[in-house]
Design a binder for this molecule. Structure first.
Ligand code: PEP
Ligand code: MN
Length: 355
């Protein structure tokens, strides 16, 4: 999947972070357009809104459905923003494409289902639409990558991912646990893929949006997808994690976007120093073993035993004191010396056994 390309929408600068914002759900034409106009006025270029909502229990608000698609069309026509929505079935895909939705995303529950993913991939054969795949609800990197492969095999190239956190049984501070190592490993395996952080769904509460966005930026994510509603407390879904467009503007202005290539450069210089020091350490250890073998020869010629406990005690005590003075724990130094001593004794014993 090396030829996956970042989602490219003309007029949307490829500058970190790329922001996708909008309500969890399109609830009414007025709420959709009101939110969109306010977001557009602050420079947001990609508008999200769920049309079909995957809810845990039937009977909760399950999205307005197809009647909301013309509202997204109006958003495009009136603001020039691109639109994005979640698709979970072949019908969703067909209707969204028909209505001119620009970016599709796959929800966490759908990513977790290979049958659904395959049907969606088949429905998208031959269509060059940008698609973002949320992580599956369960912390399974292979399942996430499998979903990407199904889309890739169907010919899609503009594929990105959304990190929205993982379900847990126990209650936690966050609604969904981030398990940061999973998207980090995904980035290692697929270095070219764009990663969007979804602080709204990870945190589940609006106060976590800023710190989680910052963390995503510090990890070099390409963008953020954040839920914003013109009247969050009255939202029909995910009310506690949505912010007004004004609050979103504040959050975005508070985020520090560090230059990852600079971080990488500094890091690789420091890592080079560690590599050099490790080389020196290994050469020193080899030299120490050589001297130790020389001592072994001497003991053998003079019929002395390999182990001389008082000498070992003396070394341990002295070195531990030295280590403590240099800011290392005596416990750490003791285990290093024990390991060195053991190898040293082994080397001398081998020598004693030689004819
Ligand atoms: C959403 O984006 O509103 C949504 C339902 O997300 P998820 O699939 O991450 O639960
Ligand atoms: Mn939501």
């Amino acid at each position: 999947m090396n030829d996956i390309v970042p989602i490219s929408l003309s007029g949307v600068e490829n500058k970190r972070p790329i922001i996708i914002a909008g309500p969890c759900s399109a609830e009414s034409e007025q709420q959709t357009l009101d939110t969109a106009h306010r977001l557009s006025a602050m420079g947001i270029k990609i508008f999200r809104a769920g049309i079909w909502k995957p809810r845990t229990k039937p009977g909760s608000f399950e999205g307005v459905g197809s009647v909301g698609l013309p509202w997204l069309k109006r958003v495009k026509a009136e603001t020039g923003m691109y639109t994005a929505t979640e698709v979970a079935t072949v019908r969703h895909v067909e209707e969204a494409l028909e209505a001119g939705v620009d970016v599709l995303w796959i929800g966490a529950r759908t990513t977790a289902n290979p049958f659904s993913m395959q049907l969606i991939a088949d429905a998208l054969k031959g269509v060059d639409v940008p698609i973002l795949v949320k992580n599956p609800v369960n912390p399974d990197l292979e399942l996430w990558i499998g979903a990407l492969e199904r889309l890739y095999n169907a010919g899609l190239k503009q594929i990105g991912v959304i990190h929205r956190g993982f379900t847990t049984y126990e209650k936690h501070l966050y609604r969904n646990l981030p398990h940061w190592h999973i998207p980090i490993e995904l980035r290692r395996r697929l270095p070219h893929i764009s990663i969007f952080g979804d602080p709204s769904h990870i945190g589940g509460s609006r106060e976590f949006i800023a710190p989680l966005s910052q963390q995503a930026m510090d990890l070099g994510y390409d963008g953020l997808i954040i839920e914003s509603h013109c009247n969050p407390t009255d939202a029909l879904s995910d009310a506690s994690q949505q912010v007004t467009p004004d609050e979103l503007a504040n959050i975005l202005s508070s985020i520090v976007v560090r230059n990852t290539s600079l971080i990488t450069e500094t890091l690789s210089r420091l890592r080079q120093r560690i590599d050099n020091l490790d080389n020196d350490l290994i050469s020193l250890l080899a030299e120490r073993m050589r001297v130790s073998r020389e001592i072994g020869h001497y003991k053998k010629e003079n019929n002395m035993p390999v182990l001389q406990t008082h000498r070992y005690d003396e070394i341990l005590t002295k070195r531990m004191e030295q280590a403590a003075k240099m800011g290392m724990s005596t416990h750490f130094m003791k285990s290093i010396l024990e390991a060195i001593h053991e190898e040293s004794v082994q080397q001398q014993i081998r020598l004693f056994n030689e004819k």
